[in-house]
Design a protein around this ligand. Structure first.
Ligand code: SF4
Length: 558
């Protein structure tokens, strides 16, 4: 599938699609008024969700889990990065049949927000300490550059916040109907071939708008991404708003603006608005886009509330007009599309920085690390002359600022703690969501399943090392947190029938997706292969068959 927006920016003067005939209201504030149309909308209006923090600190942390009312526990807690986790021992076949409270444990998943994925070793050590002291040593690097911890008790949350905020981190708006963490190029400010450094834009958005009560009641989550690197390393096509570095022929380096991407229900790639955004304008343009969503986004049905549904109805030209006229008060110049990248954007391996130092990208297995391991990373990074790391949207970790003579010892030392700069092709490209271990919506296990499959495949397929690495994205349910539709092989967790007729954990298979930053000429969402299902135990066998058949049939040079 091609991305029409990449080659066909909106034509000046074309007629915008007229608004849909009004039948039932969609809950758009600017159109239908602000009457809540469902329970989520009601609790968001009833009380500022961010205000739940005061109750956590002064009531729930003192009185315990049972003191938390439902709308706070299952609603407003998310605004501070807190979800209840799945009770252990409930198999995936029962996910759809049990009530939510029967599925949930008295412990929380806590998401630490890390805008741009940027961490100092001091911050990394703080996260490690919180993991060790309050989260049973758990830590996962997510595909949105966050760190997720598990087994957190509400009693610990105020102390966790105190420690995080002492080093400039937070959980503010890490979940909920808010501007979520801003994905940023993991090599912002250091890459030799960077067009524009997005760091000032990320920092300004964070400073001005994260925790802003006027943006804390959006129709749904709002995902942002920004990069100035030519590898387009922030999966921009699947974000609600994205700024992609581009060189304008007369205005210099700035950003190409994309809006309306998202997976899960009705997956859709973002579209270019065809404008050029100067770096100093980017925070205000971001603010304009998020307010268009707040005011015009659909609120009646939660599964139709992401920005992509508004964009699908309006079209890019009308969106641009509303943004410019109602929110910015001035037109934006037309701008060129950024060229399709010719390098992978995962930053794995050793690379030169513009200042002569090196950066080293290493791969855990599908993002699974631990508190003690993160502490070891901080120690090793400092011992080899650096003080900064970045997380990536591919569940990887990049160490910045390594003196050239310290690279080899660092690579060996990281290898020794399970983080490799030379991952095999499957480990390099695989990601997996949280899955049944902790997620209440999950149907199947993901992290261990993916890990086993990677090990098996790399043992069996060593003779095919000449092939381009293959992306394997393992999801525990249809929600696509690990981007089912953008992988070579995307796996959607469900219960399937095995050869003996038994109902067992497995996956629906989705083939042929990919993003511009993954060696693709064009981004595309691939397709679900009707009826093609694989058991979790048969996953490695299935992938091996696909790869061997592809190798046998591929054209020369493909
Ligand atoms: Fe949970 Fe499903 Fe998301 Fe995986 S894809 S983390 S199982 S909701």
């Amino acid at each position: 599938m091609t991305s029409p927006a990449r080659t066909s920016p909106p034509t000046a003067g074309a007629t915008a699609r007229p608004p849909r005939p009004s039948g039932r209201p969609n809950g758009q504030w600017k159109v239908d008024g602000t009457t809540p149309l469902n329970h989520n909308e009601a609790f968001k209006q009833e009380s500022d969700p961010l205000a739940v923090r005061e109750r956590i600190e002064s009531v729930y942390a003192l009185q315990g889990f049972d003191s938390i009312p439902d709308d706070d526990l299952h609603g407003r807690f998310r605004w501070w990065g807190l979800y209840t986790q799945r009770r252990p021992g409930i198999d995936g076949g029962r996910t759809a049949t049990l009530e939510p409270h029967e599925l949930e444990d008295r412990y929380f998943m806590l998401r630490v927000r890390i805008d741009g994925g940027a961490l100092t070793t001091e911050q990394l050590r703080t996260v490690a300490g919180i993991s060790e002291d309050f989260a049973r040593g758990t830590a996962d690097l997510t595909d949105r550059q966050n760190v997720q911890l598990h087994w957190v008790e509400v009693e610990s949350v105020p102390e966790i916040w105190r420690r995080l905020e002492a080093v400039g981190l937070s959980t503010t708006e890490a979940c909920g109907d808010v501007p979520r963490v801003i994905l940023g190029s993991p090599v912002a400010g250091i890459a030799r071939d960077e067009l524009v450094d997005p760091t000032p834009v990320i920092e300004e958005i964070q400073r001005r708008f994260v925790g802003d009560p006027s943006l804390a009641n959006l129709p749904r989550k709002f995902k942002s991404a920004i990069t100035g690197h030519p590898s387009q390393d922030v999966v921009h096509e699947i974000n609600d708003v994205a700024f992609v570095g581009v060189e304008h022929p007369t205005l210099g380096a700035g950003y190409d603006l994309w809006v309306g991407g998202g997976l899960s229900t009705a997956p859709r790639l973002a579209e270019r608005l065809g404008v050029f955004v100067a770096p100093e304008q980017a925070p205000d343009v971001w603010h304009g886009v998020v307010r268009v969503f707040r005011d015009y986004g659909y609120r009646r049905l939660r599964n139709k509330a992401r920005l992509k549904f508004l964009l699908a109805d309006w079209g890019a030209e009308r969106f641009r007009q509303v943004l410019e006229r109602e929110y910015l008060g001035h037109p934006l110049p037309d701008g060129p599309a950024a060229p399709v990248p010719d390098q992978p954007g995962d930053h794995v391996g050793v690379h030169a920085q513009k200042d002569g130092l090196r950066y080293v990208g290493v791969s855990p297995v599908v993002g699974r690390v631990s508190g003690p391991q993160l502490r070891q990373v901080a120690d090793l990074v400092e011992a080899h002359g650096s003080g900064r790391v970045r997380l990536t949207p591919h569940q990887k970790l990049v160490v910045l600022d390594v003196p050239p003579e310290r690279v080899d010892p660092l690579v060996e030392a990281l290898e020794g703690i399970g983080l490799t700069a030379r991952p095999g092709p499957f480990r390099r490209r695989a990601i997996a969501c949280t899955g049944i271990e902790y997620c209440k919506l999950a149907i199947v296990e993901t992290k261990a399943t993916a890990s086993r499959a990677i090990t098996t495949l790399e043992e069996r397929l060593g003779d095919l090392a000449h092939l381009t690495p293959l992306s394997l994205h393992v999801n525990g349910c249809p929600n696509s947190c690990a981007r089912i539709q953008t992988a070579d092989i995307g796996l959607k967790g469900q219960i399937v029938q095995d050869d003996d007729g038994d109902q067992v954990p497995g996956f629906q298979v989705h083939l042929g997706g990919g993003l511009a930053s993954q060696d693709r000429d064009e981004a595309g969402l691939g397709r679900t292969v009707r009826g093609l299902k694989v058991t979790a135990d048969g996953l490695a066998d299935y992938v091996e068959r696909v790869v061997r058949r592809y190798d046998a049939d591929r054209a020369e040079g493909e």
